[in-house]
Design a protein around this ligand. Structure first.
Ligand SMILES: NC(=O)c1ccc[n+]([C@@H]2O[C@H](COP(=O)([O-])OP(=O)(O)OC[C@H]3O[C@@H](n4cnc5c(N)ncnc54)[C@H](O)[C@@H]3O)[C@@H](O)[C@H]2O)c1
Length: 268
């Protein structure tokens, strides 16, 4: 997958990793970069940074009609979408007391939005014999997320859906990669946020204690390299592969280790 001359859509493109992906796609010579976000003004601002090949569109990735309109506008402006980056995400919820509406939001944005986009894109990609789906999951999708059940569960589901797409359509011209970073310096990580609950702070500490917090541009570098090789797993923190191996190697030992990590970052 080469970004040069590609038509790229990035959801959650107004901020953080999505913004870095959108800017990087433009730098790599994409023909059109559609920046989609709930934050319409933010999406338009990133598109303005990109210039003539940028298009900012406001909308909700969890709403099928919005996604239909987004893809229609992208295609009208630049032609069929070559690469769809399902990147918008929410870090919401804590333990078993997480209310239903928070579970719903996490499932809608972190999982169903990917299904909605794929349902609209895959038939055209199969017809053209090519297309590429980049899913932004998280290291939480391979491991877990201390402090947030909805995040852990929905990121596993996003990874599972990306795997399934790759198995099902990988021999018919559709490429799939799944981005699984640990900490990245964005508003979602919340490292600088003030008004956060103990559980939210613990979730952030679990990420920052586990490894380096990367800049979004470093994540974009890792994505471009993986797309070039059409490699499924994109691990900007390479140690995640070793953690994942240890989990597979001895699940109970891994669970004990995670409990120890949780205890070490839990306020007394
Ligand atoms: N920051 C990290 O440490 C980290 C680590 C692993 C994975 N991720 C994942 O990376 C992705 C991007 O997050 P980020 O860290 O750049 O956060 P961010 O908060 O900077 O950006 C997320 C963007 O998604 C948008 N968004 C949220 N809900 C939306 C919706 N329903 N429709 C359209 N747009 C919506 C937000 O408006 C925001 O601009 C997320 O899927 C996140 O789970 C982040």
């Amino acid at each position: 997958m080469e970004l040069e001359q590609a038509v790229v859509v990035v959801t959650g493109g107004a901020s953080g990793i999505g913004r870095a992906l959108a800017l990087r796609a433009a730098d790599e010579g994409a023909r059109g970069v559609v920046v989609a976000d709930l934050d319409a003004a933010g999406a338009e601002a990133v598109a303005a940074e990109i210039g003539a090949c940028g298009l900012g569109i406001g909308g909700d990735v969890a709403d099928d009609a919005h996604v239909g309109a987004l893809l229609a506008r992208a295609e009208d402006a630049f032609g069929p979408v070559d690469l769809f980056c399902a990147n918008a995400g929410v870090a919401i919820g804590t333990d078993v007391t997480t209310p239903e509406q928070d579970w719903e939001l996490a499932l809608a944005v972190n999982v169903r939005a990917h299904v909605i986009a794929a349902r609209r894109l895959v038939p055209g990609w199969l017809e053209r014999g090519r297309g590429y789906f980049l899913s932004t999951a998280s290291a939480a999708g391979l491991l877990t997320q201390i402090g947030s059940a909805p995040y852990a569960v929905t990121k596993h589901a996003a990874l599972a859906f990306a795997e399934w797409l790759s198995v099902t359509y990988g021999d018919r011209g559709i490429g799939v990669s799944c981005l699984c970073p640990m900490g990245v310096n964005t508003p979602l990580l919340g490292a600088d946020a003030q008004d956060r609950t103990d559980d939210q702070q613990m979730a952030t500490r679990a990420v920052t204690a586990a490894g380096a917090v990367l800049e979004p541009e470093q994540v974009a570098d890792a994505v471009v390299a993986a797309l070039r090789e059409e490699r499924f797993l994109v691990l900007p923190h390479p140690e995640v592969l070793e953690f994942f191996r240890r989990k597979a190697d001895d699940y109970d030992r891994w669970l004990r280790g995670m409990r120890r990590l949780q205890a070490s970052i839990t306020p007394a």
